[in-house]
Design a protein around this ligand. Structure first.
Ligand code: SF4
Ligand code: SF4
Length: 392
Protein backbone atom coordinates (compact mmCIF):
# COMPACT_ATOMS: atom_id res chain seq x y z
CA UNK A 1 0.00 0.00 0.00
CA UNK A 2 1.54 3.28 -1.10
CA UNK A 3 0.73 5.08 2.13
CA UNK A 4 2.88 2.73 4.19
CA UNK A 5 5.76 2.72 1.71
CA UNK A 6 8.96 2.76 3.75
CA UNK A 7 7.06 2.83 7.04
CA UNK A 8 7.61 0.04 9.50
CA UNK A 9 5.12 -2.11 11.40
CA UNK A 10 5.80 -2.52 15.13
CA UNK A 11 5.04 -5.40 17.43
CA UNK A 12 3.45 -3.30 20.18
CA UNK A 13 5.20 -5.37 22.86
CA UNK A 14 6.10 -2.35 25.01
CA UNK A 15 3.29 -2.37 27.57
CA UNK A 16 5.31 -1.28 30.56
CA UNK A 17 4.22 2.34 30.41
CA UNK A 18 0.84 3.92 29.89
CA UNK A 19 0.14 6.05 26.83
CA UNK A 20 -3.11 7.99 27.09
CA UNK A 21 -4.57 7.69 23.58
CA UNK A 22 -4.27 5.36 20.56
CA UNK A 23 -1.48 5.87 18.04
CA UNK A 24 -1.17 4.26 14.58
CA UNK A 25 0.16 0.69 14.60
CA UNK A 26 3.23 1.44 12.52
CA UNK A 27 6.19 3.79 12.61
CA UNK A 28 6.39 6.72 10.22
CA UNK A 29 9.32 6.95 7.84
CA UNK A 30 10.50 10.56 8.00
CA UNK A 31 11.54 10.31 4.34
CA UNK A 32 7.82 10.71 3.62
CA UNK A 33 7.54 14.00 5.47
CA UNK A 34 6.95 16.93 3.09
CA UNK A 35 10.23 18.73 3.82
CA UNK A 36 12.11 15.53 2.98
CA UNK A 37 9.93 14.66 -0.01
CA UNK A 38 10.92 17.92 -1.66
CA UNK A 39 14.38 16.35 -2.11
CA UNK A 40 13.31 13.06 -3.76
CA UNK A 41 9.68 13.19 -4.92
CA UNK A 42 9.79 14.39 -8.53
CA UNK A 43 6.44 16.13 -8.16
CA UNK A 44 7.78 18.36 -5.39
CA UNK A 45 11.48 18.84 -6.25
CA UNK A 46 10.75 21.94 -8.39
CA UNK A 47 8.61 23.45 -5.63
CA UNK A 48 11.33 22.71 -3.07
CA UNK A 49 13.99 24.28 -5.27
CA UNK A 50 11.87 27.39 -5.66
CA UNK A 51 11.33 27.72 -1.91
CA UNK A 52 14.82 26.85 -0.69
CA UNK A 53 17.21 27.79 -3.47
CA UNK A 54 15.82 30.91 -5.07
CA UNK A 55 15.33 34.41 -3.73
CA UNK A 56 12.64 36.77 -4.91
CA UNK A 57 12.18 40.05 -3.08
CA UNK A 58 9.05 42.04 -3.73
CA UNK A 59 8.39 45.73 -3.33
CA UNK A 60 5.80 44.89 -0.72
CA UNK A 61 5.76 45.14 3.07
CA UNK A 62 6.89 41.77 4.47
CA UNK A 63 8.66 40.60 1.28
CA UNK A 64 11.51 43.13 1.04
CA UNK A 65 15.22 42.52 1.58
CA UNK A 66 14.78 44.10 5.02
CA UNK A 67 12.08 41.61 5.98
CA UNK A 68 14.06 38.63 4.69
CA UNK A 69 17.10 39.80 6.64
CA UNK A 70 15.08 39.53 9.83
CA UNK A 71 13.66 36.15 8.83
CA UNK A 72 17.13 34.78 8.04
CA UNK A 73 18.65 36.16 11.23
CA UNK A 74 15.90 34.47 13.25
CA UNK A 75 16.67 31.11 11.63
CA UNK A 76 20.44 31.48 12.01
CA UNK A 77 20.92 29.18 15.01
CA UNK A 78 18.81 26.41 13.46
CA UNK A 79 20.33 26.66 9.97
CA UNK A 80 23.89 27.38 11.09
CA UNK A 81 24.40 25.34 14.25
CA UNK A 82 21.44 23.16 15.24
CA UNK A 83 20.39 21.31 12.04
CA UNK A 84 17.32 19.74 13.67
CA UNK A 85 15.44 20.01 10.38
CA UNK A 86 18.25 18.21 8.54
CA UNK A 87 18.92 15.08 10.60
CA UNK A 88 19.10 13.67 14.13
CA UNK A 89 22.16 13.53 16.40
CA UNK A 90 23.99 16.50 14.94
CA UNK A 91 24.90 20.08 15.77
CA UNK A 92 23.11 21.40 18.84
CA UNK A 93 21.01 18.24 18.80
CA UNK A 94 24.05 15.98 19.23
CA UNK A 95 23.23 12.97 21.42
CA UNK A 96 26.53 12.67 23.26
CA UNK A 97 28.29 15.99 23.19
CA UNK A 98 29.88 16.88 26.53
CA UNK A 99 32.38 19.77 26.53
CA UNK A 100 35.78 18.78 27.97
CA UNK A 101 35.38 21.30 30.79
CA UNK A 102 32.19 19.56 31.99
CA UNK A 103 33.46 15.97 31.86
CA UNK A 104 35.08 15.90 35.28
CA UNK A 105 31.82 16.95 36.96
CA UNK A 106 29.82 14.27 35.15
CA UNK A 107 32.26 11.46 35.87
CA UNK A 108 32.61 12.38 39.57
CA UNK A 109 30.63 10.18 42.04
CA UNK A 110 28.25 8.61 39.47
CA UNK A 111 24.61 9.46 38.64
CA UNK A 112 22.32 11.35 40.99
CA UNK A 113 18.58 10.68 41.18
CA UNK A 114 15.92 11.71 43.74
CA UNK A 115 13.16 9.40 42.51
CA UNK A 116 10.74 9.94 39.59
CA UNK A 117 8.50 12.48 41.33
CA UNK A 118 11.25 14.83 42.52
CA UNK A 119 13.31 14.31 39.37
CA UNK A 120 10.32 15.46 37.31
CA UNK A 121 9.94 18.62 39.39
CA UNK A 122 13.66 19.38 39.18
CA UNK A 123 13.82 18.81 35.44
CA UNK A 124 10.81 21.07 34.82
CA UNK A 125 12.34 23.81 36.94
CA UNK A 126 15.65 23.51 35.07
CA UNK A 127 13.92 23.46 31.67
CA UNK A 128 11.96 26.62 32.43
CA UNK A 129 15.11 28.29 33.76
CA UNK A 130 16.95 27.30 30.57
CA UNK A 131 14.32 28.87 28.32
CA UNK A 132 11.32 26.58 27.86
CA UNK A 133 7.93 28.29 28.17
CA UNK A 134 6.00 25.13 29.06
CA UNK A 135 7.27 21.67 30.02
CA UNK A 136 5.67 18.24 30.37
CA UNK A 137 6.86 14.65 30.56
CA UNK A 138 5.55 11.63 28.69
CA UNK A 139 6.36 8.04 27.87
CA UNK A 140 8.05 7.62 24.49
CA UNK A 141 5.60 5.33 22.71
CA UNK A 142 7.77 3.31 20.29
CA UNK A 143 5.38 3.93 17.35
CA UNK A 144 6.08 7.65 17.65
CA UNK A 145 9.79 7.21 16.94
CA UNK A 146 10.45 7.43 13.20
CA UNK A 147 11.23 4.07 11.59
CA UNK A 148 13.85 5.77 9.40
CA UNK A 149 15.09 9.24 8.62
CA UNK A 150 16.46 10.89 5.51
CA UNK A 151 19.65 12.74 6.46
CA UNK A 152 19.63 15.91 4.37
CA UNK A 153 23.36 16.48 5.03
CA UNK A 154 24.34 13.18 3.32
CA UNK A 155 21.03 12.00 1.74
CA UNK A 156 21.49 8.73 3.63
CA UNK A 157 18.23 6.93 4.46
CA UNK A 158 18.77 5.05 7.71
CA UNK A 159 16.91 3.48 10.66
CA UNK A 160 16.20 5.54 13.77
CA UNK A 161 16.35 4.08 17.27
CA UNK A 162 16.36 5.99 20.54
CA UNK A 163 19.02 4.43 22.81
CA UNK A 164 17.72 1.65 25.03
CA UNK A 165 16.21 2.83 28.28
CA UNK A 166 15.51 6.38 27.08
CA UNK A 167 11.77 5.89 27.46
CA UNK A 168 10.96 9.27 29.00
CA UNK A 169 10.42 12.41 26.90
CA UNK A 170 10.82 15.84 28.44
CA UNK A 171 8.66 17.83 26.04
CA UNK A 172 9.15 21.58 25.90
CA UNK A 173 7.21 24.35 24.19
CA UNK A 174 8.77 27.58 23.04
CA UNK A 175 6.23 30.31 22.29
CA UNK A 176 6.53 32.23 19.04
CA UNK A 177 6.13 36.00 18.95
CA UNK A 178 2.47 37.08 18.77
CA UNK A 179 2.85 40.36 16.91
CA UNK A 180 5.09 39.17 14.06
CA UNK A 181 2.92 36.09 13.58
CA UNK A 182 -0.01 38.34 12.66
CA UNK A 183 1.75 39.28 9.42
CA UNK A 184 1.49 35.77 7.98
CA UNK A 185 2.19 34.67 5.31
CA UNK A 186 5.16 37.00 4.87
CA UNK A 187 8.82 37.09 5.97
CA UNK A 188 8.05 38.95 9.20
CA UNK A 189 5.84 36.06 10.23
CA UNK A 190 8.52 33.67 8.94
CA UNK A 191 10.88 35.33 11.43
CA UNK A 192 8.61 34.30 14.31
CA UNK A 193 8.83 30.69 13.10
CA UNK A 194 12.59 30.84 12.61
CA UNK A 195 13.17 32.35 16.02
CA UNK A 196 11.06 29.57 17.55
CA UNK A 197 13.26 26.95 15.87
CA UNK A 198 16.48 28.68 16.90
CA UNK A 199 15.34 29.09 20.51
CA UNK A 200 14.10 25.53 20.84
CA UNK A 201 17.45 24.17 19.63
CA UNK A 202 19.23 26.10 22.36
CA UNK A 203 16.71 24.97 24.99
CA UNK A 204 16.93 21.29 23.99
CA UNK A 205 20.74 21.47 23.97
CA UNK A 206 20.90 23.05 27.43
CA UNK A 207 18.35 20.72 29.00
CA UNK A 208 20.24 17.72 27.58
CA UNK A 209 23.43 19.11 29.13
CA UNK A 210 21.63 19.39 32.47
CA UNK A 211 20.49 15.75 32.34
CA UNK A 212 23.99 14.60 31.39
CA UNK A 213 25.25 16.60 34.33
CA UNK A 214 23.12 14.37 36.58
CA UNK A 215 24.83 11.37 35.00
CA UNK A 216 22.07 10.15 32.65
CA UNK A 217 21.62 9.82 28.89
CA UNK A 218 20.00 12.74 27.12
CA UNK A 219 18.89 12.79 23.47
CA UNK A 220 17.85 16.29 22.37
CA UNK A 221 15.45 16.43 19.45
CA UNK A 222 13.70 19.05 17.33
CA UNK A 223 11.66 17.81 14.38
CA UNK A 224 14.00 14.81 14.07
CA UNK A 225 13.82 11.34 15.69
CA UNK A 226 10.16 11.26 16.80
CA UNK A 227 6.80 12.93 16.24
CA UNK A 228 6.50 15.90 18.56
CA UNK A 229 2.76 16.61 18.68
CA UNK A 230 1.48 13.33 20.18
CA UNK A 231 4.32 13.37 22.69
CA UNK A 232 3.41 16.93 23.69
CA UNK A 233 -0.24 15.93 24.04
CA UNK A 234 0.64 12.94 26.21
CA UNK A 235 2.84 15.25 28.30
CA UNK A 236 -0.24 17.33 29.16
CA UNK A 237 0.73 20.29 27.01
CA UNK A 238 -2.31 20.49 24.76
CA UNK A 239 -4.64 18.94 22.23
CA UNK A 240 -4.61 18.43 18.48
CA UNK A 241 -6.51 21.06 16.51
CA UNK A 242 -8.28 20.95 13.16
CA UNK A 243 -5.19 22.73 11.79
CA UNK A 244 -3.02 19.68 12.55
CA UNK A 245 -1.09 21.62 15.20
CA UNK A 246 -0.74 21.28 18.94
CA UNK A 247 -3.13 23.69 20.64
CA UNK A 248 -1.60 24.61 23.96
CA UNK A 249 -3.74 26.10 26.68
CA UNK A 250 -1.63 29.21 27.17
CA UNK A 251 -0.39 30.05 23.66
CA UNK A 252 -2.76 28.10 21.40
CA UNK A 253 -0.95 26.81 18.29
CA UNK A 254 1.72 29.57 18.50
CA UNK A 255 4.42 27.25 19.79
CA UNK A 256 7.36 25.19 18.61
CA UNK A 257 8.05 21.83 20.23
CA UNK A 258 11.32 20.21 21.20
CA UNK A 259 12.06 17.26 23.45
CA UNK A 260 14.82 15.44 25.28
CA UNK A 261 14.66 11.65 25.59
CA UNK A 262 16.29 10.27 28.70
CA UNK A 263 16.76 7.27 30.98
CA UNK A 264 16.58 9.51 34.09
CA UNK A 265 13.60 8.09 36.07
CA UNK A 266 10.73 10.58 35.69
CA UNK A 267 7.08 10.69 36.63
CA UNK A 268 4.92 11.17 33.52
CA UNK A 269 2.23 13.83 33.24
CA UNK A 270 -1.39 13.17 32.27
CA UNK A 271 -3.06 14.07 29.00
CA UNK A 272 -5.12 17.19 29.79
CA UNK A 273 -7.74 17.97 27.12
CA UNK A 274 -9.47 21.31 27.61
CA UNK A 275 -12.25 21.36 25.02
CA UNK A 276 -10.28 21.95 21.81
CA UNK A 277 -11.86 19.14 19.77
CA UNK A 278 -15.37 20.33 20.53
CA UNK A 279 -14.40 23.93 19.87
CA UNK A 280 -12.83 23.01 16.51
CA UNK A 281 -16.12 21.36 15.51
CA UNK A 282 -17.79 24.76 15.75
CA UNK A 283 -14.91 26.97 14.61
CA UNK A 284 -13.21 26.12 11.25
CA UNK A 285 -11.47 29.52 11.12
CA UNK A 286 -8.17 27.90 10.13
CA UNK A 287 -9.89 26.00 7.30
CA UNK A 288 -11.54 29.19 6.01
CA UNK A 289 -8.32 31.22 6.15
CA UNK A 290 -5.93 28.61 4.75
CA UNK A 291 -4.75 30.04 1.41
CA UNK A 292 -4.05 26.51 0.13
CA UNK A 293 -7.34 25.02 1.34
CA UNK A 294 -5.20 22.32 2.96
CA UNK A 295 -7.28 22.09 6.14
CA UNK A 296 -10.40 19.96 6.39
CA UNK A 297 -13.80 21.63 6.73
CA UNK A 298 -15.32 18.24 7.61
CA UNK A 299 -15.33 15.70 10.40
CA UNK A 300 -12.23 13.89 11.69
CA UNK A 301 -11.26 10.84 9.62
CA UNK A 302 -9.08 7.74 10.07
CA UNK A 303 -6.86 8.51 7.12
CA UNK A 304 -5.14 11.55 5.66
CA UNK A 305 -5.06 12.54 1.99
CA UNK A 306 -1.33 12.11 1.47
CA UNK A 307 1.71 9.90 1.90
CA UNK A 308 2.97 12.53 4.34
CA UNK A 309 0.17 11.95 6.85
CA UNK A 310 0.67 9.57 9.79
CA UNK A 311 -2.68 7.84 9.22
CA UNK A 312 -4.49 5.26 11.33
CA UNK A 313 -6.23 7.15 14.13
CA UNK A 314 -9.28 9.39 14.07
CA UNK A 315 -8.29 13.05 13.83
CA UNK A 316 -8.22 15.98 11.44
CA UNK A 317 -5.56 15.49 8.77
CA UNK A 318 -4.24 18.44 6.81
CA UNK A 319 -3.01 18.10 3.24
CA UNK A 320 0.76 18.78 3.53
CA UNK A 321 1.18 18.70 -0.26
CA UNK A 322 -1.20 21.61 -0.83
CA UNK A 323 0.35 23.49 2.08
CA UNK A 324 3.89 23.04 0.75
CA UNK A 325 2.99 24.11 -2.79
CA UNK A 326 1.44 27.29 -1.40
CA UNK A 327 4.62 28.05 0.56
CA UNK A 328 6.63 27.68 -2.63
CA UNK A 329 4.30 29.86 -4.68
CA UNK A 330 4.46 32.42 -1.86
CA UNK A 331 8.30 32.09 -1.65
CA UNK A 332 7.78 31.99 2.10
CA UNK A 333 6.25 29.85 4.80
CA UNK A 334 2.86 30.58 6.28
CA UNK A 335 1.34 30.92 9.75
CA UNK A 336 -2.27 31.67 8.83
CA UNK A 337 -3.56 28.60 10.67
CA UNK A 338 -1.71 29.83 13.76
CA UNK A 339 -2.65 33.51 13.61
CA UNK A 340 -6.40 33.06 13.06
CA UNK A 341 -6.90 30.40 15.73
CA UNK A 342 -9.04 31.76 18.60
CA UNK A 343 -6.70 29.98 21.02
CA UNK A 344 -3.84 32.17 19.79
CA UNK A 345 -4.17 35.06 22.19
CA UNK A 346 -1.87 37.07 24.39
CA UNK A 347 -2.21 36.44 28.09
CA UNK A 348 -4.95 38.32 29.92
CA UNK A 349 -7.87 38.05 32.29
CA UNK A 350 -10.53 38.30 29.58
CA UNK A 351 -8.95 35.57 27.47
CA UNK A 352 -8.66 33.36 30.55
CA UNK A 353 -12.42 33.75 31.09
CA UNK A 354 -13.09 32.73 27.48
CA UNK A 355 -10.88 29.66 27.91
CA UNK A 356 -12.87 28.79 31.04
CA UNK A 357 -16.13 28.84 29.05
CA UNK A 358 -14.60 26.75 26.24
CA UNK A 359 -13.56 24.17 28.82
CA UNK A 360 -16.76 24.14 30.84
CA UNK A 361 -19.64 25.45 28.71
CA UNK A 362 -19.08 24.11 25.17
CA UNK A 363 -22.59 25.10 24.13
CA UNK A 364 -21.24 28.66 23.92
CA UNK A 365 -18.55 27.70 21.37
CA UNK A 366 -20.37 29.04 18.25
CA UNK A 367 -20.97 32.33 20.08
CA UNK A 368 -17.30 32.57 21.05
CA UNK A 369 -16.25 32.00 17.42
CA UNK A 370 -18.67 34.72 16.32
CA UNK A 371 -17.30 37.14 18.92
CA UNK A 372 -13.74 36.32 17.82
CA UNK A 373 -14.69 37.26 14.26
CA UNK A 374 -16.54 40.41 15.28
CA UNK A 375 -13.57 41.57 17.34
CA UNK A 376 -11.42 41.22 14.23
CA UNK A 377 -9.12 38.43 15.35
CA UNK A 378 -7.57 36.63 12.40
CA UNK A 379 -8.47 39.32 9.89
CA UNK A 380 -5.59 39.92 7.44
CA UNK A 381 -3.40 42.85 8.52
CA UNK A 382 -4.18 45.67 6.06
CA UNK A 383 -1.31 47.49 4.37
CA UNK A 384 -2.18 50.72 6.22
CA UNK A 385 -1.95 48.85 9.55
CA UNK A 386 1.41 47.18 8.86
CA UNK A 387 3.74 48.82 11.32
CA UNK A 388 6.12 46.12 12.53
CA UNK A 389 9.20 48.21 11.77
CA UNK A 390 7.63 51.52 12.73
CA UNK A 391 6.67 50.46 16.28
CA UNK A 392 9.38 50.69 18.91
S1 SF4 B 1 0.58 26.84 6.98
FE1 SF4 B 1 -0.78 28.12 5.70
S2 SF4 B 1 -1.04 26.91 3.84
FE2 SF4 B 1 -0.29 25.50 5.40
S3 SF4 B 1 -2.10 24.60 6.37
FE3 SF4 B 1 -1.55 26.39 7.61
S4 SF4 B 1 -2.78 28.05 6.72
FE4 SF4 B 1 -2.75 26.41 5.22
S1 SF4 C 1 -8.80 27.92 14.14
FE1 SF4 C 1 -10.59 27.03 15.11
S2 SF4 C 1 -10.88 25.08 14.06
FE2 SF4 C 1 -8.81 25.74 13.62
S3 SF4 C 1 -7.54 24.79 15.18
FE3 SF4 C 1 -8.08 26.81 15.97
S4 SF4 C 1 -9.93 26.47 17.18
FE4 SF4 C 1 -9.67 24.65 15.88
Amino acid sequence: MKRLQGNQAVSGKEDDYYFPFPVPNYRFDQRNEMFKRRTWDEEFIPWGNQLYQQVKYKDKYGYRKLDYALRNAAWNIEYGYAFGNMRSNFGLYSWDHIPDKAKRFIEHEGPVSYGPEVNARIVKKAARFLGADLVGISYVHPNLVYSQELDLTTMEHRPVEVPEGCVHAIVMLVAMDYDSCRYSPDAISGASTGLGYSKQAVVANLVAAFIRGLGYRAIPSGNDTALSIPLAMAAGLGELGRNGLLISRKYGPRVRICKVFTDLPLRHDDYKPFGVTQFCMACKKCAHHCPAQAISHGEPTMEGPSLSNFSGVEKWYINPEKCFVFWSKNWMDCNNCVKVCPFNKVEGFFHDIVRYFIRNVPILNPLIVLMDDLLGYGRPVQIRDKNFWEKV
